[in-house]
Design a protein around this ligand. Structure first.
Ligand SMILES: NC(=O)c1ccc[n+]([C@@H]2O[C@H](COP(=O)([O-])OP(=O)(O)OC[C@H]3O[C@@H](n4cnc5c(N)ncnc54)[C@H](O)[C@@H]3O)[C@@H](O)[C@H]2O)c1
Length: 239
């Protein structure tokens, strides 16, 4: 797929679940995962949010938000009450019950400054063991080029079900993250799968009604987009 091409991608259209039936899992309830899960639920999608941190999940099930982000507590509260948002420590069950799985765990810098992918690959191993049907898997973190390929290889070591691994980086500013997700300047989707392109475009459609388009590109281009955007921002605030 050419960079920044809008796809029509209808080859698998008939086979995929209709948008309202699509269930998603968000794995990793940090800053990015919690905002994404709450915003997707607000758009009408059933979202299962999973994290291995039992204390964090217990608090979220009580509607207690571990971070301060304007508007987030209301979104979580309303969608918990509506039954569209659930929180669990059972990551495998969240994967099994979902058509689309977003990996939003941490990627802390290692000793040499490169992103430590241990959490991402741990989730990929869990997804591989839990696969029970064709799924779309999306990496949303700040990850180096080649991460989606590594995630795909890890999942395929444990499963023969088709898996479409995509990259869709998060462009969220702390303090404005809910607004950034709901009314994004841009949504980037990196995939070589028409099935995944269609599925993700449907999921993101409610967030681009104000006219901003979804930028479709190949996986590696999407992976480098976050680094390019961060570098550009750093040069703007530099001396
Ligand atoms: N924080 C930001 O402003 C920001 C903005 C844009 C992009 N990003 C990127 O988004 C990604 C996520 O960042 P964050 O700040 O939300 O992360 P975070 O470190 O705050 O949270 C990660 C969460 O993942 C959970 N986790 C770890 N291993 C797990 C596993 N195996 N299964 C399930 N859950 C697991 C942890 O318990 C934790 O709650 C990173 O790649 C980051 O670089 C962050």
């Amino acid at each position: 797929m050419d960079e920044c091409q809008q796809t029509s991608g209808t080859d698998h259209y008939e086979q995929r679940a209709r948008p309202n039936d699509v269930k998603i899992a968000v794995i990793g309830m940090g800053y990015v995962g919690l905002v994404s899960g709450a915003c997707f639920a607000e758009s009408g999608i059933d979202v299962t949010c999973a994290d291995i941190d039992e204390r964090k999940i217990s608090r979220l099930n009580l509607g207690e938000i571990p971070i301060y982000e304007p508007g987030l507590d209301a979104l979580v509260g309303m969608n918990l009450e509506a039954g569209r948002l659930t929180f669990t420590t059972d990551v495998a069950a969240a994967v099994r019950s979902s058509h689309v799985v977003f990996i939003e765990v941490g990627t802390p810098p290692g000793d040499d400054g490169s992103a430590d992918l241990e959490q991402v690959l741990a989730v990929a191993r869990t997804i591989g063991r839990a696969m029970n049907e064709q799924k779309v898997v999306v990496t949303k973190g700040t990850v180096p080029v080649g991460t989606a390929a590594a995630v795909r290889a890890t999942i395929e070591e444990a499963s023969a079900f088709p898996v479409h691994v995509c990259s869709s980086p998060a462009f969220l500013k702390e303090g404005n993250a809910v607004d950034d997700f709901m009314k994004p300047d841009r949504i980037v989707i990196g995939t070589d799968s028409a099935y995944a392109a269609d599925t993700l475009q449907d999921l993101y459609a409610p967030f681009v009604r104000s006219g901003h388009s979804v930028l479709m590109m190949d996986v590696a281009s999407a992976e480098i987009t976050q680094y390019a955007a961060n570098s550009m921002l750093a040069t703007r605030i530099g001396p």
